[in-house]
Design a binder for this molecule. Structure first.
Ligand SMILES: Cc1cc2nc3c(=O)[nH]c(=O)nc-3n(C[C@H](O)[C@H](O)[C@H](O)COP(=O)(O)OP(=O)(O)OC[C@H]3O[C@@H](n4cnc5c(N)ncnc54)[C@H](O)[C@@H]3O)c2cc1C
Length: 426
């Protein structure tokens, strides 16, 4: 949206691997900070040069962000979080968030392409999967093939325990019967992580829910449709039908034990990566919006002065900045809580997602207000950013579901790490 902080000249696509080929985990703190700043600068430059120019066209035409996919592949960005033994760079949640934030600053739809790989099925396969799954899918993730996740069904959204997707035993494996909707990237992905019931599972409960990885070129898989949406129009949410799709034992990521809900718990814990990535994209989108509004305020004349001279609007900027930075601190805490190769903690991730969703929605709304009629115009970028952020408040668990989890956790005596709370002792 503006070109401040563009990456140093001379950095070309593919430079990422040369500059960040060694794991950040082995560096000193000072080196890590320096390299994170360099990573941010590199991705900012790429985003402004190669991602931003197509964002409006993709949004207007509801076109998949094909040129972004190719640019991100050329820059070898898809291998960021995958382990070095599979050809990736082995970086963590903090670095993933930096990339997602910088991409979302110019186009959330394009950032989602990386989110699908960094915080979607490949990460789950690497952490939870068997060698066969890892060897088959992780090199493809590094190469920039997309993956998708199928949890939601037409009658099972927030209440995942209502899902009907199930496995029917056949020989040494199963047949999958499922219908998943709102599958981000489902029409372009090579594989889908499908949450489903294992044989013996009790309908309407979490017992027996697990997940399998399905090759989307398998017989029985079909794209039943795509959703027409308010925003995030540069990436697609598909409806995927799985009619008797063969699933082998090695395709199982998490086994659903019909006696308990341990499989579901494992899967839900892993969603914390996705929640943090979602939060990072909100931060980036809102950052782009506030930067645009500030630039506009310095140029737009009203009467004898500029918008920037009006205290009422200065206060808006102050509130927007505080909201954004407060949310950023919550996200930083959640990301750092993941540690080396771990998963961000649940309560901190829910707080970060909720705060970043709400901050981004409000910041984008206020940025539109600051531009007046131009903010509402499709010739300016802010209304698109607002529509995109709106979708992020629903995906990866709605803001209401985050509130439920945060409230019940605190009432059950669970508190965020390192907080001097003294619950239950008046
Ligand atoms: C842009 C986008 C991308 C998505 N990508 C994916 C994807 O890749 N894979 C996938 O599986 N799904 C995806 N989803 C689906 C998303 O996860 C669901 O839309 C979400 O979980 C909500 O489910 P629902 O739409 O069925 O709403 P419902 O569950 O019907 O909820 C409707 C409303 O009621 C509220 N509500 C529900 N239960 C409660 C409760 N107990 N307490 C308080 N309020 C409640 C909700 O917050 C919501 O506001 C995506 C959605 C969007 C918008």
């Amino acid at each position: 949206m503006d070109d401040s902080g563009a990456s140093p000249p001379g950095l070309k696509a593919g430079a990422l691997r040369r500059d960040f080929g060694s794991s950040l985990l082995t560096m000193t703190s000072a080196q890590v900070i320096a390299d994170r700043d360099s990573l941010r600068g590199l991705v900012r430059g790429l985003a402004e040069r190669e991602i931003a120019p197509e964002a409006v066209r993709n949004d207007e035409g509801e076109l998949f962000a094909e040129s972004s996919l190719q640019a991100l592949r050329r820059a070898e960005l898809f291998g960021l979080t995958t382990g070095q033994s599979y050809g990736g760079m082995g970086m963590g949640d903090v670095e993933a968030a930096i990339v997602l934030e910088e991409l979302a600053r110019v186009d959330v739809s394009s950032a989602i392409l990386c989110q699908l790989v960094y915080n979607g099925p490949p990460r789950a396969i690497e952490h939870l999967g068997n060698d066969s799954l890892r060897d088959r899918w992780l090199p493809q993730a590094v190469g920039g093939e997309l993956f998708c996740i199928g949890i939601t069904e037409p009658d099972a959204g927030s209440a995942a325990t209502s899902m009907r997707a199930h496995l029917v035993p056949e020989g040494s494996g199963w047949r999958l019967e499922a219908y998943k909707n709102y599958v981000t990237g489902g029409h372009r992905a090579v594989a889908c992580l499908v949450w489903c019931r294992f044989p013996g599972s009790e309908p309407g409960t979490g017992k027996g829910i697990g997940a399998v990885v399905v090759d989307l070129s398998s017989p029985g898989v079909s794209i039943a449709g795509t959703h027409r949406k308010m925003g995030l129009r540069g990436c697609t949410e598909a409806e995927l039908a799985f009619d008797g799709v063969r699933v082998e034992p090695e395709d199982v990521l998490v086994t659903g034990d019909p006696g308990d809900n341990s499989g579901l718990k494992t899967l839900l814990a892993h969603i914390n990566h996705e929640r943090c990535g979602n939060a990072a994209m909100c931060l980036g989108a809102a950052q782009g919006a506030i930067e645009y509004a500030v630039g506009y305020m310095g140029e737009r004349r009203v009467g004898t002065g500029h918008l920037a001279d009006l205290q009422g609007l200065q206060w808006k900027i102050a509130d927007m900045a505080i909201e954004l930075e407060g949310a950023r601190l919550l996200l930083t805490r959640a990301l750092e809580g993941a540690g080396a190769g771990g998963t961000p903690p649940a309560l901190e991730s829910a707080m970060a997602k909720l705060a970043c969703n709400l901050a981004a929605k409000h910041v984008c709304d206020e940025a539109i207000q600051i531009l007046g009629g131009y903010g509402y115009s499709r010739e300016y970028p802010l209304e698109r950013v607002y529509r995109d952020v709106r979708g992020l408040c629903i995906g990866a668990g709605t803001v209401e579901i985050q509130r439920n989890f945060i409230g019940t956790s605190i009432l059950a005596g669970r508190i965020p790490r390192e907080w001097p709370w003294n619950l239950g002792r008046p």
